[in-house]
Design a protein around this ligand. Structure first.
Ligand code: AMP
Length: 202
């Protein structure tokens, strides 16, 4: 059984929450390309400088940048992995297939648009580790970090990100489905209930 997974889904569908859980369950490392890019931007690294304008405009970074980032990370992690937010376009999917072949499973979280809008309005995440807050948690239970609102969690920015998802990432779902490498999960409801649905399918 594979221990390599890629979480797909629209913004606020729960990729980060479920991806971390999947990584814990299989004791494998987890990479969120979005969180990684935000960190690089904060550090002012060369990658961060290249990525900054794209994130500010809510556009995808160029495929070559995303692929290089993930390839360099994968080269250091070959005993299983969870990718959150990669691949997000067909060229990225093809690059991953070149590297991992059939030895990974894509998991797509399906959540209706109205629910995504609601979640984006409420979402708070940890400044340090990126974990999404549950109601009633004063600080991050993972690392003690403070909660913050992401710059791109506004209704206008959500609209743009959702459009980009539909145009560029939905074809990736079809691509993996055609290869028999896609599991679709109903992402509606409490995070524990969604996790049970994922576990059932594993
Ligand atoms: P996320 O935190 O997953 O919503 O990602 C935040 C932002 O990072 C996205 O809106 C994109 O600008 C960029 N990003 C993350 N992953 C990718 C990717 N695989 N390809 C291109 N851009 C990405």
């Amino acid at each position: 059984m594979t221990r390599n997974f890629s979480l797909l889904g629209p913004p606020a569908s729960g990729k980060g929450t479920q991806g971390r859980r999947l990584a814990e369950r299989f004791a494998v490392p987890y990479l969120s390309t979005g969180a990684c890019l935000r960190r690089e931007i904060e550090r002012g690294s060369a990658i961060g400088q290249q990525a900054e304008g794209y994130l500010a405009r809510n556009e995808f970074v160029p495929d070559s940048l995303a692929v290089d980032l993930v390839r360099s990370w994968l080269s250091e992690h070959d005993g299983g992995w969870v990718l959150d937010g990669f691949p997000r376009s067909l060229p990225q999917a093809e690059a991953l297939v070149m590297d991992a072949g059939t030895n990974f499973q894509a998991i797509a979280l399906e959540v209706p648009r109205e629910e995504l809008v609601r979640r984006v309005g409420l979402r708070r995440e940890c400044v340090k580790c990126g974990r999404v807050a549950k109601e009633g948690e004063p600080v991050c239970p993972n690392c003690g970090g403070e909660w913050t609102v992401r710059d791109d969690d506004t209704p206008e920015k959500f609209r743009k990100r959702y459009e980009v998802y539909k145009n560029l990432t939905v074809p990736v779902l079809d691509f993996f489905e055609g290869r028999g490498q896609l599991t679709i999960i109903d992402g509606l409801g409490d995070r524990d209930v969604v996790w049970e649905r994922i576990e059932e399918k594993l």
